[in-house]
Design a protein around this ligand. Structure first.
Ligand code: IMP
Ligand code: MG
Length: 195
């Protein structure tokens, strides 16, 4: 509605100020995911694996990873939202959608898009540990170790990247860009967006 604010900028104009510079091309993402799937299956050759995707950023990674893992695989999803200042150590995380089924006794692989401060993963691991899985492992497509505040690590990392804000392949900026097949660095008005 135009009546609300005089500072309204047409969407198209705002979007022309944004651009994305490819950081990891799609073919490289797909190759790495196939390797990660093999690493995971090698570590647990005989066990059914229960993949838990963290919505929404992990969806493409999870679906591609799941299809590269041989044998018995089941899927579930959880959603969280971080509120307050995400860069602050006390930044709280809230569970907004829980799993459909119990993880007790299962070999669980948490699948996340990106490990940044680590606050989200720290929260999720605490929640999951209380539910007595047989094993609990973490797979992330991207890791930004420079930003870490919480003492957490992933067992499987696709790519370690510098401290830049990235979009694509599930990762968003204000809910946009998730559908890009490549991962890229977001540039706002000619400047690279800081994380
Ligand atoms: P953490 O709790 O700081 O580790 O943040 C994890 C979540 O923040 C991820 O699941 C993403 O949703 C979001 N996030 C962190 N860094 C980026 C980024 O560079 N681009 C898009 N989303 C990000
Ligand atoms: Mg996310």
């Amino acid at each position: 509605m135009m009546t609300k604010s005089t500072r309204y900028k047409p969407k198209s104009k705002r979007q022309t100020l944004e651009s994305v510079r490819t950081l990891i091309p799609r073919a490289q993402i797909q190759r790495r995911i196939a390797e990660m799937a093999q690493e995971i299956r090698r570590d647990f050759p005989l066990e059914p694996l229960h993949l838990v995707g963290v919505l929404k950023g992990s969806i493409f990674f999870l679906t591609d990873l799941a299809r590269e893992i041989s044998g018995d695989v089941s899927l579930d999803f959880i959603a969280v939202s971080s509120y307050g200042n995400r860069t602050h150590t006390s930044g709280e995380v809230k569970l907004t959608r829980d799993l459909d089924s119990s993880i007790e006794g299962k070999t669980v692989i948490v699948v996340e898009d990106i490990l940044d401060t680590g606050m989200t993963l720290q929260y999720l691991l605490r929640v999951f540990e209380q539910r007595k899985p047989r094993r609990l492992r973490v797979a992330v497509l991207l890791d930004k170790p420079e930003r870490r505040l919480a003492k957490v690590r992933a067992d499987y990392v696709g790519f370690t990247i510098p401290n830049e804000f990235v979009v694509g392949y599930g990762l968003d900026y204000a809910e946009r860009y998730r559908n890009l097949a490549d991962v890229g660095v977001l540039t706002l008005g000619g400047k690279v967006k800081k994380s």
